[in-house]
Design a binder for this molecule. Structure first.
Ligand code: F0G
Length: 459
């Protein structure tokens, strides 16, 4: 007999969550949040799937590392613990700590990207794109077409289309392309992985055109897990061996440690070039802090070093990804339209297929997020028209190909009962989907990055 799967950890500390009523949530959503779930107080949320970023549960070893953190301004032992973990797990000689992922982007891009530049990659994350566009440069999406069809079954939907990439490299002068960015896993295409073969091809092409390759590495360990499971040549390697292989195709990386390093705050940039390290250090000191802490306290650097080790352990990753997969399979069983294959950190519900009767001008995925919250107390996040914002020139709404509701699963936080609750709540909403005829109308929006603060009313 095969025993059922179980998590390779047990719970040592718990946090209470309030089980609100449907009536309470209806009022909170309308009166306090104005139909924007970012505006809810966390105490009004029963299961919080807004993000998997900084919301994970640290281990006893990470908490122990916090207690021995060294808060010296310069040369802290916590910094050296982080340096050692980055060298031994990721293979980079140089690194700069930053307070989170977007800060790493800010420092690196200040060093490398200038007005008029072009930065090709696979569906750059919003903050990455934001930092590129803020410098009046352009992010060019070279993701494979399969990524934009939620029903298409491709094992590596985060892959870069090499022809699309080569076209960009051919058509633009080398001086205008400071780097290629590969996001592993690719959050914007649904937590989808990039294969070793593709990383190798990207690096090969980049070498031909003498352009450096950087990985946006927030979920690099989940990417390595998928490689182990889906890319036959690497199935016998350990996660750490696969990680080393992946990063052998990178000249550097930015990291939001709030994901796969399982800490609540932190990030870094790592690189091979001493020259780049020296240039970036200037901006790190200016924006983040001295080069041996860069926006992080010593205790957080110590916990991060420990988290990098735990986050690249097979058993942990298997429990993490199996939990997400379990929820995804339940959705499929109930006929709920989701992005497949199931991604690493979240379930992405295809809102256009869930609510085909709601017009796109009425914010389909945002509507679905609100209904799920009212019915169950679960908070997800819209990845659709609200997030896509208006065209900066025409000020018209941009309607992205995919209108998604993302349910991101925090690491080591929720039990199987919570996941069953989420699945049943989705089923209930799905079964009554035909009652939902209308969506939302915007009553307030900010001129840029509107999705955090937009206010709506129900139609
Ligand atoms: N890159 C990727 C792929 C990300 O998913 C994120 C953050 C960042 C960079 C920026 O890192 O938040 O530490 O500044 N993603 C979060 C999310 C916010 O919910 O997906 P950060």
């Amino acid at each position: 007999m095969k025993l059922p799967y179980a998590e390779p950890y047990k719970i040592k500390m718990v946090e209470s969550v309030y089980k609100s009523t449907r009536d309470e949530r209806t009022i909170w959503l309308k009166e306090i949040a104005k139909y924007n779930l970012f505006n809810l107080k966390s105490k009004h949320v029963f299961i919080d799937l807004l993000t998997d970023s900084g919301t994970g549960a640290m281990s006893d070893k990470q908490w122990a590392a916090m207690m021995t953190g060294d808060e010296s301004y310069a040369g802290a032992s916590s910094y050296y613990k982080m340096k050692e973990a980055i060298k031994s797990i990721l293979g980079f000689d140089y690194f700069l700590p930053t307070h989170q992922g977007r800060a790493a982007e800010n420092v690196l891009f200040s060093t490398m990207i200038k007005e008029g530049d072009i930065v090709p990659g696979n569906s750059h994350f919003d903050t990455t794109k934001g930092h590129i566009e803020f410098r009046k440069a352009k992010a060019v999406d070279c993701t494979i077409d399969e990524a934009f069809d939620t029903t298409c079954d491709h094992p590596f939907k985060g892959n870069i289309n090499i022809d699309k990439l080569e076209k960009v490299l051919q058509e633009n002068p080398k001086e205008k392309i400071p780097m290629i960015i590969v996001t592993v896993t690719c959050n914007s295409s649904g937590g989808q992985p990039v294969s070793i073969e593709n990383l190798k091809d990207v690096k090969h092409l980049a070498e031909k055109y003498k352009i450096p390759v950087f990985f946006d590495s927030a979920r690099f360990a989940e990417n390595a897990y998928f490689i182990k499971k889906r890319e036959a040549a690497y199935s016998e390697l350990t996660i750490k061996e696969i990680v080393a292989k992946m990063f052998s195709f990178a000249d550097g990386m930015t990291m939001s440690s709030k994901k796969d390093a399982i800490v609540n705050m932190g990030g870094f940039i790592a690189m091979r070039s001493e020259e780049l390290f020296k240039k970036a250090s200037v901006y790190n000191i200016m924006f983040e802090g001295y080069i041996t802490y860069g926006g992080m306290s010593g205790r957080d650097m110590s916990a991060l070093a420990q988290g990098l080790d735990e986050g690249t352990e097979f058993n942990y990753l298997e429990s993490r990804i199996k939990q997400v997969e379990y929820l995804g399979n339940k959705c499929l069983e109930y006929g709920i339209p989701i992005q497949t294959p199931i991604g690493g950190h979240a379930i992405f519900i295809d809102a256009k297929r869930f609510l085909p009767q709601v017009p796109k001008e009425e914010y389909i995925a945002q509507t679905l997020a609100c209904i799920l919250y009212i019915e169950s107390g679960i908070r997800g996040v819209e990845i659709g028209t609200v997030l896509a914002d208006r065209d900066p020139e025409t000020r018209e709404n941009r309607y992205p190909e995919l209108e998604l509701l993302r349910l991101a699963i925090p690491r080591r936080v929720y039990t199987k009962n919570h996941i069953d609750y989420i699945a049943e709540a989705l089923k209930m909403v799905f079964e009554s989907r035909n009652d939902i005829r209308r969506g939302l109308r915007i009553t307030y929006e900010a001129p840029i990055m509107r999705h955090f603060t937009t206010e709506f009313e129900q139609l």
